[in-house]
Design a protein. Structure first.
Length: 318
């Protein structure tokens, strides 16, 4: 509202000044363009605030995620994952389709733990469960993992705790607000309706891919620790530094590019009813799809219990 009042006041003052009509018209056109941009910025910030407010009222949920991700080697993976979440930070995940089909994860593994309990899918997972059932081999085959363990976090864009709708909203909001702070990029929101009149809010952003800074690796650092220090997802750093072969094997003195933004371009579709995201498409600096997430069968506040996050749940295969 502040920008509209300021624009209207400026326009009336300009028109009242003695000047040529050409100068007045040109000035009003420039002022109008700036006002339209400010209005879009206000609309985006209002939507983000509404999304954050809506998320703060969610206690738990379940959802299906159709997930497409481009990996650093150029491969594109597709999965369908079933997720349960309960505040403040409990997760159950099961891969229903795609790579690692049949794999499951619960975080945290138990109260006051920073580890996840997980098993792979397919033959590998079946073999691991068999070996874990053999007392003499139980300690040889781990069941609990750090979230940054290579077997969990280096073949997908996000760790388990980055997959919640709350973390997604935080990631989007942080990037958009950073762009507004630096006064760069193009950001806007509009209504997107299909042929049947079903409408979603569509948040679009295009940000400079070369914006960022250089970090010189110090002894003892990994991509994981550097990403945490800058508040960036590890995979974003890895994707933007393809010379790095392994996230844990960066070399002291090596120069890394730390991007200011999560991505160069993206679109987020938001439900006008729940004010939560329903679909996300993110593109890299080469305009190639970096990731796509489609949320289906989202059920909010369904009363999930401790059993939903217990490896002993008879419906699970831990």
């Amino acid at each position: 509202m502040r920008s509209r009042t300021t624009c209207a006041t400026s326009a009336s003052r300009l028109a009242a000044r003695p000047a040529s009509w050409l100068l007045v018209l040109l000035s009003l056109l420039i002022q109008g363009a700036a006002c339209a941009q400010n209005s879009q910025g206000d609309a985006v910030l209002d939507l983000l605030s509404d999304m954050e407010r809506a998320w703060s009222q969610v206690n738990d949920y379940s959802k299906l995620v159709d997930k497409t991700e481009r990996l650093i080697n150029g491969d594109v993976t597709q999965q369908t994952v079933f997720i349960k979440f309960r505040q403040p930070s409990q997760y159950y995940m099961a891969v229903l389709e795609g790579p690692n089909k049949g794999g499951e994860l619960i975080y945290p593994a138990h109260a006051d733990s920073d580890l996840a309990v997980a098993h792979a899918g397919g033959f590998k997972g079946g073999l691991a469960r068999f070996l874990q059932a053999t007392v003499i081999l139980r300690k040889v085959v781990p069941t609990e993992f750090r979230l940054d363990d290579p077997s969990l976090g280096e073949w997908q864009h996000q760790t388990a705790t980055d997959t919640s709708m709350g973390a997604t909203i935080e990631r989007i909001a942080g990037n958009v607000r950073r762009a507004i702070e630096f006064d760069e990029g193009d950001i806007g929101v509009a209504e997107d309706c299909d042929d049947h009149g079903n409408c979603l809010f569509r948040l679009n952003f295009s940000l400079p891919a070369d914006a960022g800074e250089e970090h010189v690796v110090q002894a003892g650092e990994t991509l994981w620790s550097i990403a945490a220090a800058y508040g960036r997802p590890m995979y974003v750093l890895w994707y933007n530094n393809p010379a790095v072969r392994k996230p844990r094997k960066v070399k002291p003195g090596q120069a890394l590019f730390i991007p200011r933004y999560y991505s160069a371009r993206g679109t987020v579709w938001v439900s006008p009813d729940s004010l939560l995201p329903e679909k996300i498409e993110i593109f890299d600096a080469n305009n190639e799809l970096y990731e796509r997430y489609v949320y289906r069968d989202v059920r909010l506040d369904i009363g999930l219990t401790d059993l939903d996050f217990d490896p002993e749940n008879p419906d699970y295969r831990f």
